[in-house]
Design a protein around this ligand. Structure first.
Ligand SMILES: N[C@@H](CCC[C@H](N)C(=O)O)C(=O)O
Length: 310
């Protein structure tokens, strides 16, 4: 086996779906959730090696905010560990950011992953049905809905402390709120739409103190009025750890809604989050002494192709 610069392997044909061959290249599907776009790979047995950063490159590769491999949980150490708790989590969402770094969770990605499992014939999931998916932040329950998917992101954590955030276009540093929804976020609430629009997120915002594992940084503006028909509404832009500014971040939308909910007194449980690529829903609900958060929204597969090896 040898690795090419573009990361597909093989001295002989590497079959990713039974249909690919060395000459036809690496078969992939492109999908997105509210414009947060992913390269999806079908690799049930974990036979494929790939260079996620090369695949995600928008000029020299396919292009995407992340790369998601569908692999059986039993084929990865992280997946096998989860099967002990939930034997039904047979599929693992192996997620990488555009720079190739591994992230624990992706809220838009897991909805697209559900759509991919169904379309590729890897799982049968009827509308209304819920399945368990393995991720690096644990098993996540994913429900198919008529017009998209909803994922239980689990119990979240509001971090202690008030980090300071600086970003291009912000004249003064702002306080942030750390929220962990399976992956780390820092949310900054802005007062004006004009501040959100003026942000330059080409460069990563600086968070101080630097979070131990980095952070996705969300900037939000509450709607006026904040609550409409019982639902809170906010606008958000995001700079993602490992991917830069994206059109949407599902876990980021959940963190943003949770931060504004926190500042508003923890009473508003339904949220709509407008991102540059569309709108996602966030719901908060009690689970015994804990509080859980659910994310819902669309997922679309847009094309399938073959990445020809150099
Ligand atoms: N876009 C994703 C989050 C992807 C991972 C993130 N960049 C990280 O490093 O934590 C989402 O929709 O949640």
């Amino acid at each position: 086996m040898s690795s090419t610069p573009l990361g597909t392997t093989a001295s002989t044909a590497t079959s990713v779906d039974g249909g690919a061959s060395a000459s036809s290249g690496l078969v992939f599907t492109k999908g997105h959730g509210t414009g947060n776009d992913f390269v999806l790979l079908n690799d049930p047995e974990g036979e494929l090696t790939f260079d996620a950063a090369a695949l995600a490159d928008r000029r020299f590769g396919i292009g995407g905010d992340g790369v998601i491999r569908a692999i059986r949980s039993e084929r990865l150490d992280e997946g096998r560990a989860l099967l002990a708790d939930d034997a039904s989590a047979t599929w693992f969402m192996d997620y990488r950011n555009a720079d190739g770094s591994i992230a624990e969770m992706c809220g838009n990605g897991i909805r697209v992953f559900g759509e991919y499992l169904v379309t590729e014939g890897l799982a049968e999931i009827a509308v209304g049905e819920t399945v368990s998916i393995g991720t690096r932040s644990g098993v996540r329950r994913l429900r198919r809905e008529v017009d998209g998917w909803a994922v239980d992101l689990g119990v979240f954590r509001v971090e202690a402390g008030e980090p300071t955030v600086s970003a291009g276009g912000l004249h003064v540093d702002r306080p942030g709120l750390g929220i962990d929804v399976g992956n780390p976020h820092v949310v900054v609430v802005l007062a004006e739409e004009s501040e959100l629009e003026a942000l330059d997120l080409h460069r990563a915002p600086q968070v101080s103190p630097i979070p131990p594992h980095g952070a996705n940084v969300e900037f939000v503006v509450p709607a006026e009025p904040l609550v409409q028909d019982g639902t809170g509404r906010i606008r958000m832009r995001v700079h993602e750890r490992g991917s830069g500014e994206t059109l949407s971040c599902g876990t980021g939308a959940a963190a943003a809604a949770l931060a504004v909910r926190h500042f508003a007194g923890d009473t508003i449980d339904r949220w709509l989050v407008d991102v540059p690529g569309g709108t996602v829903g966030v719901r908060v609900g009690a689970d015994g002494d804990a509080t859980r958060v659910e994310l819902s929204g669309p997922a679309e597969l847009v094309y399938t192709g073959s990445f020809t090896r150099a």
